[in-house]
Design a binder for this molecule. Structure first.
Ligand code: NDP
Length: 282
């Protein structure tokens, strides 16, 4: 496969176990299962080498089919999937089902999708992820939507520090304290909904920087994430927009431009609150 964007050099972040993750990846939340293979093939063709899915997205089979059809060697693709909330008591079997759907014998990163504190199962689930990691079935293990108290509980009971905490981050909802706490523990921060599901694209501070560089608002938002060392996994079902997003790695913002975008914090989530997310959710 060749494409102009394949020349795009995506930086990597080195996780706390030495595994390297491409800092800009491709998310497939809300990509319909029947369209997933084509869309992920487009993303791979565009040059993405990091794909983020989850059992709960019901599109792992399409991701796997795209990886197989691409002919790209498995070791050149960083593949993340996540443990469904209702399977926290049964993580090893859930992992096997995901690996089977994906058509792979290992994943690069396996995450607990939500803590679901009301279930009281995430420490037990983590013990099973530790076994999958020890077996080499997951090259790295981590968490998603973990707040400070969930990280503290996990670390008090665990041998392996999560490699990643995947959380909602975009300029209007930055979770600065949680990011700093995660980083201080050696946990890499991965931004989901990095464009605020599109809501942050129209902020005046973003549009003015975009205008200055002849860039798109999405590129400015992604450039803002990348400059902070954050891993970002934007989703786009459109091959032009997915290519545009990948090109964000070429953009460098000045400190003043970074500050102008950081000042957009408003405390408003676009996703669910992990303290409340219930068992029935996914
Ligand atoms: P994003 O912030 O990535 O925004 C996606 C939206 O932005 C879509 O509507 C997309 O539309 C639009 N968009 C993308 N690129 C552009 C562009 N260049 N210009 C204009 N609009 C654009 O939101 P997501 O919630 O999808 O988050 C990304 C990924 O994060 C998910 O796919 C998933 O992998 C992960 N995630 C993880 C969660 C978790 O609990 N761990 C929760 C939520 C997300 P279009 O497709 O039409 O281009």
């Amino acid at each position: 496969m060749t494409s102009a964007s394949q020349e795009t050099k995506v930086p990597t972040v080195t996780l706390n176990n030495g595994v390297r993750i491409p800092q800009l990846g491709f998310g497939v939340f809300q990509v319909p299962p029947e369209e997933t293979q084509r869309i992920v093939e487009d993303a791979l063709e565009a040059g993405y080498r990091h794909i983020d899915t989850a059992a709960a997205y019901r599109n792992e089979a399409g991701v796997g089919a795209a990886i197989a059809a691409s002919g790209i060697p498995r070791e050149e693709i960083f593949l993340t999937t996540k443990l469904r909330n209702g399977e926290q008591g049964n993580a090893k079997e859930a992992f096997s089902n995901s690996a089977q759907a994906l058509g792979v014998d290992y994943v690069d990163l396996y995450l607990i999708h939500w803590p679901v504190p009301s279930q009281g199962l995430f420490v037990e689930a983590w013990k099973q992820l530790e076994m999958l990691y020890a077996d080499g079935q997951a090259r790295a293990i981590g968490v998603s939507n973990f707040l400070t108290e969930h990280l503290d509980m996990l670390l008090a009971a665990s041998d392996v520090v999560p490699a990643v905490n995947q959380i909602e981050i975009h300029p209007t909802f930055q979770q600065k304290e949680l990011s700093a706490k995660s980083r201080s523990l050696g946990i890499a921060v991965e931004a989901y909904s990095p464009l605020g599901q599109g809501a942050d694209l129209t902020a005046a501070a973003v549009e003015s920087v975009a205008g200055k560089y002849g860039a798109s608002p999405a590129q400015v938002l992604l450039g803002w994430h990348l400059a902070q060392g954050t891993i970002a996994i934007p989703k786009s079902a459109d091959s032009t927009r997915m290519r545009e997003n990948l090109e964000a790695v070429r953009l460098t913002l000045t400190p003043t431009e970074m500050e102008g975008i950081t000042a957009l914090e408003s405390g408003g989530r676009v996703g669910a609150d992990p303290a409340l997310a219930s068992h029935s959710q996914m």
